[in-house]
Write a protein that binds this ligand. Structure first.
Ligand SMILES: NC(=O)C1=CN([C@@H]2O[C@H](COP(=O)(O)OP(=O)(O)OC[C@H]3O[C@@H](n4cnc5c(N)ncnc54)[C@H](O)[C@@H]3O)[C@@H](O)[C@H]2O)C=CC1
Ligand SMILES: O=C(O)C(=O)COP(=O)(O)O
Length: 433
């Protein structure tokens, strides 16, 4: 657009040679305003800086640090449009962006501004743009998208001498089409494997950076619920599950939808053939009559990490492992993320600490010397590797809870031997692998 390439090309092909008519403008040193600083907008900004442009952006939802990282300042809409030599549009078409450029906003722009729209047609009031072009406010426009596509043949905008048009070609390169195909195939494979379907259109939209931050907590949530459902004694149906999130973040700064979905996945998958993912989790829970209630425990302190701990409680059930029942009567497990790895940190009312990387053995034993050694040698004789072990007790020499993480699957004889060890009053083997 700035060098009149398309107009000059048409003119040479028509047999003309008009050099002075098609003198263009330089980009270097000009101010480019990027409206909508998302995936496309931020890449446009990065490249425009490489062309020597001064780039500022307006996006009410973009994080300022992401803009600063590429040397772009986020400014108000009015400041943006009134200082721009070029405006490039990269926001979605929503009720609040529809006709965002209109008669009133064109009036605030610098005379001679140039406008590029490769976002969506409806974000510009096309009639107002024709007027602004005729009034000399807008020197040129380059449009890839239109309110109605294809636009009517006699559209004044399309026919305008200072407007360059293309038929919605923004994403039309061989590489981009191949990239899109690969991305879709990978997302489908991931969804079929039960992974987080982050780009599904019928799933809650969770931005990639939020997903990334929550990743270890997502794993923790799923593992805690996978363990807790295995603690339920046969015959007592799981109907009501309470999830507690302890966090220093403000409630609306913590999106728990993914965590809830993974809790549901952990509860349902061990006991059914259904694959649960972000799309079907709430529906699957409802279908099975499973009620999930979420509770926020607001902590003081730095909101640096999204969560301090997650608690999963299953109410109105008996447990295979009585010590997993908390004082208030539910099966209760609590976990935390330590160095990026999920840990089980509480069983019933007992503090433990075992990393959730393998399978888990929980024992309740009389608190006396020698038990750890006995259980350790039973596992050692079987070549079962212990990854973590912790003992939590309520009072000395009364009884204690031992949590053992094992990398392998102990044989049923080994488990039987552990159960028969004198002083071990109850024990349970919980599978995570
Ligand atoms: N012409 C073509 O073939 C193509 C067009 N597009 C269009 O380009 C646009 C940008 O796409 P992406 O960067 O992938 O989307 P994106 O979702 O990554 O970015 C959109 C940005 O717009 C911002 N935004 C929302 N409301 C706003 C407002 N009122 N004012 C300013 N900013 C606002 C959002 O915060 C977000 O950062 C979309 O409209 C998309 O449909 C995308 C690819 C190809
Ligand atoms: O990805 C977008 O938003 C586009 O506008 C691309 O459209 P297309 O896939 O080329 O029909």
């Amino acid at each position: 657009m700035a060098r009149n390439v398309s107009q000059a090309d048409a003119s040479v092909k028509a047999g003309e040679w008009q050099r002075s008519k098609y003198v263009g403008v330089s980009l270097v040193g000009k101010t480019l305003v990027v409206l909508g600083f998302g995936k496309v907008g931020s890449e446009v900004a990065r490249r425009a800086k490489g062309l020597g442009m001064h780039v500022i952006a307006h996006d009410p939802y973009a994080p300022a640090d992401r803009a600063h990282a590429i040397g772009v300042e986020l400014v108000s809409f009015d400041e943006a449009i009134s200082t721009a030599d070029f405006i490039s549009l990269h926001m979605p078409l929503t009720p609040s962006t529809a006709k965002m450029l209109n008669e009133e906003t064109f009036a605030k722009m610098k005379k001679g501004v140039r406008i590029v729209n490769v976002a969506r047609g409806g974000v510009i009031d096309e009639e107002a743009l024709v007027k602004a072009l005729d009034a000399g406010i807008v020197a040129q426009a380059a449009l890839d998208v239109f309110t109605v596509e294809p636009p009517p043949k006699d559209s004044k905008l399309v026919q305008h001498e200072r407007v360059t048009v293309t038929p919605h070609l923004g994403a039309s390169t061989v590489e981009a089409q191949e990239g899109v195909a690969i991305e879709i195939a990978e997302a489908v494979v991931g969804a079929l494997k039960g992974e987080l379907a982050a780009t599904a259109v019928n799933a809650p939209m969770v931005p990639a950076e939020v997903l990334n931050e929550l990743k270890p907590y997502v794993e923790l949530a799923e593992k805690l619920s996978r363990l807790s459902v295995q603690l339920v004694a046969g015959g007592s149906g799981v109907k009501s599950v309470k999830v507690g999130y302890a966090s220093s973040r403000a409630p609306d700064d913590l999106d728990t939808r993914v965590l809830r979905a993974m809790i549901i996945k952990g509860l349902i998958e061990p006991i059914s053939s259904t694959f649960v993912n972000l799309v079907n989790a709430d529906f699957t829970a409802k279908q099975r009559g499973l009620r999930i209630t979420e509770e926020r425990i607001i902590l003081d302190g730095s909101p640096e990490s999204p969560l301090e701990s997650i608690q999963v409680q299953i109410a109105n059930v008996e447990s295979k492992f009585a010590s997993a029942i908390s004082e208030s009567g539910e099966i209760s497990l609590e976990g935390r993320v330590k160095d990026g790895i999920p840990h089980l940190t509480k069983v019933g009312s007992f503090d433990v600490d075992v990393s959730l990387e393998g399978n888990i053995i929980l024992c309740r034993q009389v608190d006396q010397p020698g038990i750890i050694g006995k259980v350790g040698s039973i596992l050692g004789d079987e070549n079962v590797n212990v990854s973590f072990m912790s003992v939590g007790r309520i009072s000395r020499r009364i009884y204690a809870i031992m949590a053992i993480g094992v990398d392998d699957l102990p044989s049923s004889e080994a488990l039987k031997k552990i159960g028969e060890t004198p002083a071990i009053e109850e024990f349970v083997f919980l599978k995570l692998l």
